[in-house]
Design a protein around this ligand. Structure first.
Ligand code: SF4
Length: 383
């Protein structure tokens, strides 16, 4: 039986750059340059296909950037290339990210006809004042129109992105965003905390931004679980909520350490025991050069760290018996601090699995860094 594989296609073009964005994306690209980019993506997809004969592709993800900015002919050529060169499962999940200002009903219908069956809409907030502050290219009205057009076009699997920790956002305004979006009944909702990243306009204006304090942010995080729970969404990952059976199959493969190949600038891959990632050098990509910027084979410590880091992102957490089978040691022997974290209510266990509580999820980066440092100290001592 063939192994399952995911394909990620990075489309690095946007209408304008949001003020907080540090993703690899370039504003105001011409149609000609987007078409050249798609051609180069196809060339690279074709080249890699020979290594994937033992695999069946069951998830494809167009991320960005704003993939819905691509001319339809360019999108079609990429999908054709995947269909002809790869073994694409008939029931593959094919997701396309979409900025509400980038697609009208006609375009969405064409994308649906091409076989894209999941749309991920970047909204962030239902309040126009918050959208303007973030530098988004759309208002809430445009989002609503796009959402309706996507349903009319036949998209039965839609995800909506929200954001908390926005400057001037209050607990009440975030609650309103959650309720308003949940009432629309998309199949999936993601909500990420805003991080002010170096190199972004937000970073340069940091002293003028009024960000919610940590206590308010934690209440926002709790509100997310409570309110979305009321509307029938289950949290299955630190920032992701879905109706039953509507979890993102593509994103689950990242957290479950299943193979995927990424194409395009800044795309990452995990394939045959290696992780590798591309640089952001668009010109070198378009010239057909190798833009691999990092490549690593995971050693034992990395494997443990990765298993911990990715497994604990999931609400279902880590299967303790599976941990023991893989690494030949009890989880709580390798991470003795787990006992204190359980007692303090950051972790929870039913004896079979160990997982973060909401309180733990909120400070998960700090906790994971400490657990991983412990793992390194422990195993370097044994060498
Ligand atoms: S739409 Fe997304 S990728 Fe594009 S600039 Fe905004 S946050 Fe960045």
């Amino acid at each position: 039986m063939k192994r399952s594989l995911g394909l990620y296609l990075h489309i690095p073009f946007c209408i304008q750059k949001c003020l907080y964005c540090d993703f690899c994306s370039f504003p105001k690209a011409t149609e000609a340059s987007m078409t050249s980019y798609a051609k180069e993506l196809c060339r690279r997809l074709e080249r890699a296909a020979g290594r994937c004969e033992e695999y069946r592709v069951d998830t494809v993800y167009f991320g960005g950037g704003t993939p819905t900015l691509l001319p339809l002919s360019a999108m079609e050529s990429i999908l054709d290339c995947i269909r002809t060169r790869y073994d694409l499962a008939p029931d593959a999940e094919i997701t396309c990210e979409c900025n509400p200002a980038s697609a009208d009903g006609e375009k969405l219908s064409a994308l649906r006809r091409m076989g894209i069956n999941r749309l991920s809409l970047g909204l962030q907030s239902v309040h126009d004042s918050e959208l303007a502050l973030l530098g988004r290219a759309h208002d809430y009205g445009e989002f609503l129109a796009t959402f309706g057009q996507a349903r009319e076009a036949g998209f039965e699997n839609i995800s909506v992105d929200l954001m908390y920790g926005i400057p001037d956002q209050t607990l009440e305004s975030f609650r309103a965003s959650l309720r308003t979006v949940a009432a629309l009944s998309p199949e999936h909702i993601s909500a990420y905390g805003l991080k002010v990243e170096e190199g972004t306009p937000f970073f340069r204006m940091a002293d003028r931004l009024v960000l919610p304090d940590e206590d308010t942010e934690f209440k926002m995080y709790e509100a997310m679980t409570d309110i979305l729970g009321e509307y029938g969404y289950a949290k299955y990952e630190i920032s992701n909520f879905a109706k039953a059976g509507r979890e993102s199959r593509h994103n689950l493969r990242y957290w479950r350490r299943e193979p995927y190949l990424g194409f395009g600038v800044a795309a990452h891959s995990c394939f045959e025991g290696e992780r590798f990632g591309n640089s952001r050098d668009l010109d070198a990509f378009l010239r057909g050069e190798d833009i691999t910027a990092e490549r690593e084979r995971l050693d034992d410590i990395d494997e443990r760290d990765e298993y911990l880091f990715l497994g604990l992102r999931l609400a279902s957490g880590i299967d303790l018996a599976d941990y023991r089978r893989r690494f030949g040691a009890f989880f709580r022997e390798v991470y003795p601090q787990a006992d204190a974290l359980l007692a303090a209510g950051y972790l929870k266990t039913d004896g079979e699995r160990i997982a973060f509580t909401d309180k733990g999820f909120f400070v998960s980066n700090t906790i994971l860094a400490e657990l991983m440092a412990q793992n390194e100290r422990k195993f370097s001592k044994n060498c």
